[in-house]
Design a protein around this ligand. Structure first.
Ligand SMILES: Cc1cc2nc3c(=O)[nH]c(=O)nc-3n(C[C@H](O)[C@H](O)[C@H](O)COP(=O)(O)O)c2cc1C
Length: 174
C-alpha cells in the first residue's frame, strides 16, 4: 500500500514538471484557463508573465502560452516574452491560446499576435473563451463592451470540453 502511494506521488511530480503554462491576464480569466489546462495536462507549473522571472524552458517537454486579448492585442508582457523567446518556444511541444470573447475573429487574432512559425509549429492554437465581469471592469471598459459588443451583464464562454480537447491535442502523437 505504502509503495503504491509513493509511486502515485512520484508520477504526479514527474508529470507536473513536464508542462509549463505561461499566461498574461488583466482580470484573471486567462489564469482560470491556465489552471484548468494544468488539470487536464495532468499537472503543470503555471506562471503569470506579469511577475517576470519566467522559469527557463529547458526542463519542460510541453509549453503552453496564452494571453487575454484587448482591442485585438495580447497583453504587453505576453508580447515582450514572445519577442525574446520565440526561438526557444519552437523547440517545445507548443500550445497557444487566446482568452477573449471574439471567437469569430480567431484566425485574424491568432495571425496578428503570434509569429507565423510559432503558429505553424503549435500542436494546438485557438481561443479558449473569456469572461466579462462588469463588477471588475472599469467604467470605460463597461462602456466599450456595451457599445461594441452589446454586452452589459456577466458572461463566461470558458468551457471544460474545449480545454480538454486542447490538452488532448497537446499530447497527441506522444
Ligand atoms: C475594453 C475591452 C476590450 C476587449 N477587447 C477584446 C477583443 O478585441 N477581442 C476579444 O476577443 N475580447 C476582447 N475583450 C474581452 C476580454 O478579452 C475578456 O474579458 C477576457 O476574458 C479578459 O481576460 P482576463 O480576465 O484574463 O484579462 C475585451 C474586453 C474589454 C473590457
Amino acid at each position: 500500500m505504502r509503495g503504491g502511494i509513493d509511486k502515485l506521488h512520484h508520477l504526479t511530480y514527474k508529470e507536473s514538471m513536464e508542462t509549463l503554462i505561461l499566461y498574461a491576464t488583466k482580470y484573471g480569466a486567462a489564469r482560470q484557463i491556465a489552471e484548468r489546462l494544468a488539470e487536464k495536462m495532468g499537472g503543470a507549473i503555471i506562471h503569470d508573465l506579469k511577475q517576470g522571472g519566467a522559469p527557463s524552458l529547458g526542463q519542460f517537454e510541453f509549453v503552453i502560452f496564452g494571453s487575454a486579448i484587448y482591442a485585438g492585442a495580447i497583453r504587453k508582457e505576453a508580447k515582450a516574452y514572445l519577442s525574446q523567446n520565440a526561438d526557444a518556444l519552437l523547440g517545445k511541444k507548443l500550445g497557444l491560446f487566446l482568452c477573449g470573447l471574439e471567437e469569430e475573429k480567431e484566425k485574424e487574432h491568432l495571425e496578428a499576435n503570434f509569429p507565423p512559425e510559432l503558429l505553424q509549429a503549435a500542436q494546438a492554437a485557438c481561443y479558449l473563451g473569456g469572461v466579462f465581469d462588469p463588477k471588475k471592469a472599469k467604467a470605460a471598459e463597461r462602456l466599450i463592451m456595451k457599445l461594441v459588443a452589446k454586452r452589459e451583464g456577466y458572461i463566461t464562454t470558458i468551457d471544460d470540453s474545449r480545454i480538454e480537447s486542447f490538452a488532448k491535442k497537446m499530447k497527441a502523437g506522444q
